[in-house]
Design a protein. Sequence first.
Length: 449
Amino acid sequence: MEPVTHRVNMFRKSVNSEPSCIMPVYQKEAEASTRTGRLTDRSHRQSYCILAPLVSRLIRTQNEARYWQCTAAPQSTSCHWQLQEECLELSYGGLVMHFDYVWLRDHCRSASCYNSKTNQRNLDTSHVELNICPANTRVDDENLFLTWPDGHVTKYNLSWLAQNSYEGLKQSAMQPRIIWNSDIYANAKVSPANWDKFMTCDDELKKFLRNFLLYGIAFVEGVPPTVEATETVTQRVSLIRETMYGKMWNFTSDFSRGDTAYTKLALDRHTDTSYFQEPCGIQVFHCLKHEGTGGRTLLVDGFYSADQVLQKTPDNFELLARVPIKHEYIENVSDHRNHMIGIGPVLNVYPWNNEVYMIRYNNYDRAVINTIPHDDVNRWYVAHRQLTTELRKPENELWVKLKPGKVLFIDNWRVLHGRESFTGLRQLCGCYLTRDDVLNTARSLGLQA
Ligand SMILES: C[N+](C)(C)CCCC[C@H](N)C(=O)O
Ligand SMILES: O=C(O)CCC(=O)C(=O)O
Ligand SMILES: [Fe+2]
């Protein structure tokens, strides 16, 4: 039960710790074993119930998102904890979790440490002794009680601890998702939301957002083909993110702006506003008119391709996730003078589980590379080439023809878009949305986002 690394770590803190924390290892081990808690048969069952939310979350995550195949099913239903020199160790369902004592003191939810009306911390963390150890511990069926050296008592619900552990987070997805190629998306037969229902019924909005979160794209159909109705439909979801392109935009191939988007040329797959420090979270497209040929929209799940790179060549994935590059937008036409620079890696990942949360991919807007030391440059191009190869595989492409009435929401941190060249008059309107507010709406409807 006691991992060797922890025995080793026991000495680390001793250097600066208070006398009460320093003890020879034999005494330590004796102490540790007396402080080990095991639930009785009766409470075994209870602890399973207490901790059930964590377990079901892990299982659901595993079933819902192909990305998280590695999630382990719980092997045991017993709950077991141990107070070690450095931390509290809690085992449950095959998961061993560790809670540092400073962390435990910092996360005290007593009335004096935490304002549960505002969900804000009252405790001034800078006053917590960094070598703090509990002076006393007690456990009942559901809770752990720690008494700190100054006499303050903290009560932790064991299930709360289990749900807030690093190890639990590491095993679950921050954002459960289904990564797709064109077959997977087609077979999922995701139905579009309908304008009337979408505007009035929260369940319809929730269904729409669930699909959007899972696939990174979602459609609303039956929307009146006007800029105003497009604005109305987006405001049902979130706030609009105003940029130098305006709030709502409605553009044709008139080259009114210094960018290829304002031509009839084909555009290869890309994410927009890669040249912002925070690229726009969501892009909305509504084609109000097209009298001509071509002009289909291309959609590619960037997370699927990134996952292919991770599976096939982890070193390439690591380079794309670690090395920052620049994107730049320099516009110099009549009234429009803009210079934007965004710096960041192609793949933005959470370091604890390598989950990709944002892809920045725009070969048109990629700036001069001077952020990579010369001996990494070639390897970076190799990695970038592999990602490009994955993104360009025909089986990963979803082609749709946007028509008046059909509004497309694209997760611009995940799904790349492009377009076929076209002829004739084509009018596309839309906007960007602030990501935080989209996720806020989703959470307010009970979705994990
Ligand atoms: C959507 N709207 C036409 C307003 C802007 C287009 C921006 C195009 C730019 N190259 C980018 O990829 O960010
Ligand atoms: O014209 C289109 O379909 C999309 C152009 C584009 O990439 C954009 O506006 O961001
Ligand atoms: Fe674009």
